[in-house]
Ligand binder design. Structure first.
Ligand code: PMP
Length: 400
C-alpha cells in the first residue's frame, strides 16, 4: 500500500472512497501523480475546475490579491465584493447576491431566504413554510439539505430533520402542481441533476416549473452549483429553457478551481428579507475569493467557455455514441456534462473508473451505475479524441 494513501486513510474520516492515486500537480486539463504519471482530468473536482488547473491569469489574480488584502470579514466594506456581485447580477439578471463559501451554504441561504420570504411577503404563518425539492436531488450535506434528499444513504442516522421539507418526483409537472399548498415557499431544483446521475429532464420541464410556481406564488430556486458557469453549454443551464428563476445558486467553478466561493442571487423582493444579523459567514465574500471569482467570470465570458462547452460537448457525446457495448445502458449529456450509465449486472461504474485511471483518464462514478465525464471547459478537440479512444478501449477490455 502506498504510504501516502495509508497516512490519509489512518487519520481522515472515511467519508470518501477515493480512487487509489496520489495527485501532486495540475496544469490545464492534466493532473500528475507522485510517480510523474500524467492523467487527463475528466472529473474537474466534481465540475469545480471549469477553467482548467492553474490558469495563469487566475493564479496571478490570486497572488496579486493575496499580497494586498485577503480577509476582513463583512464587518467592513472592501473594494472587491461590490464589483464581483455587480458582474454576477448582470450576467444572471438577478438584483442582489449574498456570498458564502460552499455550495451547501448557498443552498442553506436560499432555504432561509425562501422561508422568511414566505413569512413576510406571502404571509405564511410562522414556522409553517414548506420547501419542495426533487427525488434524486443533490444540494449538499447539511442537516436541512439532507432532510430534502430522497437518498436513504445521505439521510440514514442523521435525523431528525427540519419540518416542512418534501421531495417530489423529478421531471414531473403534475407532481409539482399537486404538491403545492398555500404554505409552499419555494421549489428547489437542479436544471439537470448532477450527482443524481446526469439526469436531463424533458424539454419544457423547467419552463413548466416556472409557470406553475408563478401561478401559485411559489419561488423557483435553481441550484446551478454544478450546472452553472458554462458546464452544460450555456452560462446557466436554465437559459436552455429561457427561464429566469426567482433565486439562483452558484458555487464550484465560481472560485476558478482555486478557492471556495458561492453565491445566492435573487430578485429584490426575495433578498430584501435579510436584515443585518440574519445571516452571514466570516469568510463569505472575502477579497481574495472575490478577486479570483471576478477574474474567473470574466475569463468564462471572454474565452467563450460556455460556447466551447456546447460545441465540444456535442462532439464528445457524438463520438461516445460510437461505443456499442453490452456493458452500457445509456450515454447522455449536455455540454461537457456527460454520463455513461452502465449495466450494474455486468460491471460497476467504479470498476470502469479504475480501469480508465490505469489508462490515464480520471473520472468518478456516481451511484454505482454512472460514470460522469465533466472535463475542464478548456479541453481541446484532440484531448477529447484521445479520451474517446481511451474509453472505447477500456470498455472493450472490460467486456473480455
Ligand atoms: N448543489 C449541487 C447541485 C451540487 O452538485 C453540489 C456538490 N456536488 C452542491 C450543491 C454542494 O456543494 P458543496 O460541496 O460546495 O457544498
Amino acid at each position: 500500500m502506498n504510504p501516502i494513501i495509508e497516512l490519509e486513510n489512518q487519520y481522515s474520516a472515511h467519508n470518501y472512497h477515493p480512487l487509489p492515486v496520489v495527485l501532486t500537480r495540475g496544469e490545464g486539463v492534466y493532473l500528475w501523480d507522485t510517480e510523474g504519471k500524467r492523467y487527463l482530468d475528466m472529473m474537474s473536482a466534481y465540475s469545480a475546475v471549469g477553467h482548467g488547473h492553474a490558469d495563469p491569469r487566475l493564479v496571478q489574480a490570486l497572488v496579486h490579491q493575496a499580497q494586498r488584502l485577503t480577509l476582513t470579514s463583512r464587518a467592513f466594506y472592501t473594494d472587491r465584493l461590490g464589483p464581483l456581485l455587480k458582474y454576477a447580477c448582470e450576467l444572471s439578471g438577478q438584483d442582489r447576491a449574498l456570498p458564502m463559501n460552499t455550495g451547501a451554504e448557498a443552498v442553506e441561504t436560499a432555504l432561509k431566504a425562501a422561508r422568511k420570504w414566505a413569512y413576510q411577503v406571502k404571509r405564511v404563518p410562522a414556522g409553517q413554510a414548506e420547501i419542495l425539492a426533487c427525488e434524486g436531488n443533490f444540494h449538499g450535506r447539511t442537516i436541512a439539505i439532507v432532510g430534502l434528499s430522497s437518498e436513504a444513504q445521505y439521510r440514514e442516522g442523521f435525523g431528525p430533520f427540519p419540518a416542512g421539507l418534501k421531495c417530489i418526483p423529478y421531471n414531473n409537472l403534475e407532481a409539482l402542481e399537486a404538491a403545492i399548498t398555500p404554505h409552499t415557499a419555494a421549489f428547489l431544483v437542479e436544471p439537470i441533476q448532477g450527482e443524481g446521475g446526469i439526469i436531463i429532464p424533458d424539454k419544457g420541464y423547467l419552463r413548466g416549473c416556472a409557470e406553475i410556481c408563478r401561478r401559485h406564488h411559489v419561488l423557483l430556486i435553481c441550484d446551478e452549483v454544478q450546472t452553472g458557469l458554462g458546464r452544460t453549454g450555456k452560462l446557466f443551464a436554465c437559459q436552455h429553457e429561457g427561464v429566469q428563476p426567482d433565486g439562483l445558486i452558484l458555487g464550484k467553478a465560481l472560485g476558478g478551481g482555486l478557492l471556495p466561493l458561492s453565491l445566492f442571487l435573487a430578485r429584490e423582493e426575495v433578498m430584501g428579507v435579510f436584515q443585518p444579523g440574519d445571516h452571514g459567514s466570516t469568510f463569505g465574500g472575502n477579497p481574495l475569493a472575490c478577486a479570483v471569482a471576478l477574474k474567473a467570470l470574466k475569463i468564462l465570458v471572454e474565452d467563450r467557455l460556455p460556447e466551447r462547452s456546447a460545441e465540444l460537448g456535442e462532439d464528445l457525446l457524438q463520438q461516445l455514441h460510437r461505443l456499442q457495448s453490452p456493458l452500457i445502458r445509456e450515454i447522455r449529456g449536455r455540454g461537457l456534462f456527460i454520463g455513461i450509465e452502465v449495466d450494474p449486472q455486468r460491471v460497476t461504474a467504479r470498476a470502469v473508473c479504475e480501469a480508465l485511471m490505469e489508462r490515464g483518464l480520471l473520472s468518478k462514478e456516481t451511484h454505482d451505475v454512472v460514470v460522469r465525464l465533466a472535463p475542464p471547459l478548456t479541453i481541446a478537440r484532440e484531448q477529447i479524441h484521445w479520451a474517446v479512444e481511451c474509453i472505447i478501449r477500456t470498455f472493450q477490455e472490460l467486456e473480455e
